[in-house]
Write a protein that binds this ligand. Structure first.
Ligand code: C2O
Ligand code: CU
Ligand code: CU
Length: 467
């Protein structure tokens, strides 16, 4: 019962072999499903640093992974075909999907081989800003480009005049467009290896038009493998309306230089911005990095005025998440720390960096493909729990849980808003309590979203029993 489900390539559910279209029986079973979005994971070329960089990874040969849009409560289908020689899977970060659709190799499905297609099928109960990325060969495929924004539109349109999505991430390329090492032992043992080129939607400082006087929904996703963003929008008239997909539960002050918007790897924020009424005015999205201000993107007012001129900031409807009964919740502790002498993990077909530095509960993750790895914790379906996350290391870790959402309730270091999230920043020496209702059965990956930390030990899974 406590062993991971044995999955073999032959028995893996839902595999569609190379070249064979969906069989007739499968088709009839999917009669109510809309046409599947075809996503082909493939090699791409793009001028990231100026000159064209080859060997990138996307879902088209010459453009970034597109923004995928689905609708809250409406079935979604994506057929992910792997055109790369390496294995892959696709994960829908932050979405509360059935476990078999979660895209975690060995835990929920077998890796997708070259020429194979995996049919992902799910319905999101939640609206908001999410993202997608592979969960196999991640330090290659994500670092080479495969991170895209996924938007789940609200059942009822919240009424913005414009919707602009910014996918923030770095690339490790030289000025001539050639790749540098994607990861380094030094970086993996510390905060992760930062890129050399900061991009927004794969471009450097793109400019987007927004209606003068209009209300813009600005969705910002930090999809980098390592960088923690500190963002400001000087002079902007705006509010934070959602964090990590979910509408904020308490008002937060708009980011300032003193208190920038912090987005760690995997995190998102939705801002409502009221554009200036005159055209030709600009709002800059800036990142504060060591001693520097970097321009990530510009919004420029222009064109016809929005219909929201002079109106209040729109409010978003909360997603249907059961709240936690803190009085009866069970406490589970997790310690995140260093692990100088762990065994090398067995990552099977999904890649290893070749060293182990990190651990959860003092044990480095035995690897994606390891036999007999147990769950870090097991909950009954519907159980109310508090996870106590304790950081014993001198680095910050964006701690991410699949399949469930949680909210911070207290920290030994700071006062923080108690918003629903899937990825929480755990600061140096911080102990953070987060609460959730374990209402989605399955084995849910639980890991640091600095991918070099995840791949060198800071990973595991939480089991929610289907009883
Ligand atoms: Cu965004 Cu386990 O991943
Ligand atoms: Cu995830
Ligand atoms: Cu980490």
């Amino acid at each position: 019962m406590l062993q991971p489900k044995p999955i073999t390539r032959r028995t893996a559910l839902g595999f569609v072999g190379a070249g064979s279209a969906l069989g007739a029986t499968q088709l009839s079973g999917l009669a109510s499903t809309p046409a599947a979005l075809e996503m082909s994971v493939q090699s791409a070329a793009y001028p990231i640093a100026g000159p064209v960089t080859k060997g990138m990874v996307s879902t088209s040969p010459d453009s970034p992974p597109p923004v995928i849009r689905l609708r809250q409560g409406v079935p979604f289908a994506a057929d992910v075909t792997n055109l790369l020689p390496d294995y892959t899977t696709m994960h829908w970060h932050g979405l509360r999907v059935p476990n078999a659709m979660d895209g975690v190799p060995y835990l929920t499905q077998m890796p997708i081989a070259q020429g194979e297609t995996f049919p992902y099928r799910f319905t999101s109960p939640d609206a908001g800003t999410y993202w997608y990325h592979p969960h196999c060969m991640t330090m290659d495929q994500m670092a080479l480009g495969l991170t895209g924004i996924l938007i789940v539109d609200e059942e009822k349109d919240p009424g913005f005049d414009a919707d602009i999505a910014l996918n923030l991430r770095d690339f490790r390329v030289r000025p001539n467009g050639e790749w540098l090492d994607l990861w380094t032992g030094r970086g993996a043992a510390r905060g992760g290896t930062l890129g050399t080129v900061m991009t927004t939607n794969w471009r450097r400082s793109p400019r987007y038009k927004a209606p003068s006087g209009g209300m813009v929904r600005l969705r910002i996703a930090a999809t980098d493998t390592a960088r923690i963003y500190r963002l400001v929008l000087p002079g902007a008239d705006g509010v934070i309306v959602a964090r990590d997909g979910h509408p904020v539960r308490q008002e937060e002050s708009f980011p300032t230089r003193e208190q920038p918007l912090i987005l760690g790897p995997g995190q998102r924020a939705d801002l409502a911005i009221r554009m200036p009424p005159e055209s030709g005015r600009i709002i800059e999205v800036q990142a504060l990095t060591a001693g520097q201000v970097r321009l990530l993107a510009t919004l420029e007012s222009g064109g016809p005025s929005g219909t929201n001129t002079g109106k209040a900031f729109p409010r978003l409807v909360p997603n249907p998440i059961p709240d936690v009964n803190l009085a009866s919740a069970r406490l589970e502790e997790f310690v995140f720390g260093w692990s100088p002498d762990g065994n090398l993990p067995n990552n099977g077909l999904c890649g290893t960096l070749g060293y182990t530095f990190w651990s959860v509960n003092r044990i480095p993750w035995a690897g994606d493909a390891a036999q007999g790895t147990g769950a870090l914790a097991t909950f009954k379906r519907g159980e109310h729990v508090v996870l106590r996350l304790r950081n014993e290391s001198p680095n910050a870790h964006p701690i991410h849980l699949h399949g469930l959402v949680f909210r911070p309730i207290q920290s030994n270091k700071r006062v923080l808003p108690s918003n629903w999230t899937d990825t929480a920043m755990l600061l140096k020496n911080e102990t953070l309590d987060v609460a959730l209702v374990a209402d989605n059965p399955g084995d849910w990956a639980f890991h640091c979203h600095v991918i070099e930390h995840q791949k060198t030990g800071l990973a595991g899974f939480i089991r929610v029993l289907d009883t």
